[in-house]
Design a protein around this ligand. Structure first.
Ligand code: SF4
Ligand code: SF4
Length: 346
């Protein structure tokens, strides 16, 4: 029974009404422990320090950029109910097909705005980062709020498995709403996620070397993947789900019974040949707003990713593309095409 005099319970009630699976609230100070976790994570990989300092450490102290922030509301939503496109879906991480962060034609996108407005009607100042990677470290905040657990593959799980995403709001009132997750921990002996990680980015439980992770290498990274990892990328062209697909805690969590706007339309552009031939107009108008981790200046990266996937899953129909790319106008495309031709001896 919800006590409507309790603002935390009102917030949670509204979040659930708007389709979120779970909602919790923590004080901003609770995020300090995230910095300690990062310190542990960075210890074996000093090369990650500068990236983490710029991108991740600020998440431990959101009150430094928003000095009025006292609490963090964190909401979880599931996407395992949505249908993946046929045939090509494994080339792209599942979440990215259903990324609502810039998808104005989705219910989830508009529900986040309704939630912004609701928080304002409660007299709260609230901030949600609607353009980028969020206001804090989602997984850590959600675990702190007791909404689920971070497993050994470093991903956050609820009863819906790891096929969930989170939104967060900084608010100017001290509040707390902590749940108790009912999930079993990872079995001590289980190493299925680590075994499934082809690039060995998942070096030990709870520790990912981002610079070797296929998701990073095929999306955010501004450069070509290191030569020793290219074959291990396999057919991935944007993200990787291997450590989630292998996890027994994800069993039966993908129901795929609902359509998601535009997925099949966009899938038509995502065959390796079409990605290779993607022009600037299709990239800017259709692909980049959907798969936005590859930045607007990096159309070359889609071509390079398609070349790596063609080389790793070679069919004779790809040969002409790999040869044409050896004379591409972009230096990095030429470089990766030459690597592919040398690997295939064509
Ligand atoms: S996403 Fe892929 S590459 Fe990254 S840690 Fe998981 S299995 Fe390894
Ligand atoms: S594969 Fe095993 S160790 Fe890895 S996250 Fe799943 S249950 Fe935990």
């Amino acid at each position: 029974m919800i006590n409507v005099n309790n603002i935390e319970e009102l917030i949670k009630k509204k979040a659930l009404e708007l389709g979120y699976e779970a909602c919790g609230i923590i004080k901003v100070e609770e995020m300090k422990s995230y910095a300690e976790r990062l310190n542990e994570n960075v210890e074996p990989f000093p090369e990650l320090k500068s990236i983490y300092k710029k991108l991740l450490y600020p998440y431990a102290v959101p009150q430094e950029s928003h000095e009025w922030a006292k609490s963090i509301i964190i909401c979880v939503s599931r996407y395992g109910q949505y249908k993946l496109p046929d045939n090509i879906s494994s080339q792209i991480g599942k979440h990215y097909w259903f990324d609502v962060r810039k998808a104005k034609n989705t219910e989830e996108y508009n529900n986040r705005i309704l939630f912004d407005n609701y928080l304002n009607t409660l007299g709260l100042k609230a901030f949600r980062d609607d353009l980028g990677f969020g206001t804090t470290a989602y997984k850590w905040a959600a675990q702190k709020a007791g909404l689920g657990v971070i497993r050994k593959n470093s991903l956050f799980y609820t009863n819906s498995g790891s096929w969930v995403v989170m939104d967060s709001w900084l608010v100017d009132k001290e509040m707390e709403l902590i749940d108790t997750p009912s999930l079993k921990p990872c079995p001590n002996a289980c190493t299925k996620c680590q075994d499934a990680c082809r690039t060995k980015a998942l070096v030990k439980p709870y520790t990912v070397n981002a610079l070797k992770c296929i998701t990073y290498l095929t999306s955010i990274a501004d450069d070509l993947p290191p030569e020793e990892l290219r074959e291990k990328i396999g057919g991935c062209i944007y993200g990787c789900d291997a450590c989630q697909d292998a996890c027994p805690m994800n069993k039966n969590c993908l129901s795929e019974e609902e359509d998601f706007p535009d997925v099949n339309k966009i899938a038509e552009y995502m065959s390796l040949e079409n990605v290779f031939n993607m022009d600037d107009k299709i990239f800017r108008e259709i692909i980049q707003p959907k798969f936005w981790y590859i930045r607007e200046r990096n159309l070359w990266k889609w071509k390079a990713n398609s070349i790596i996937a063609m080389a790793n899953n070679f069919e004779s129909k790809y040969e002409k593309y790999l040869k044409i790319a050896c004379d591409d106008e972009h230096e990095k495309v030429r470089e990766i095409a030459k690597w592919a031709c040398a690997k295939l001896s064509i």
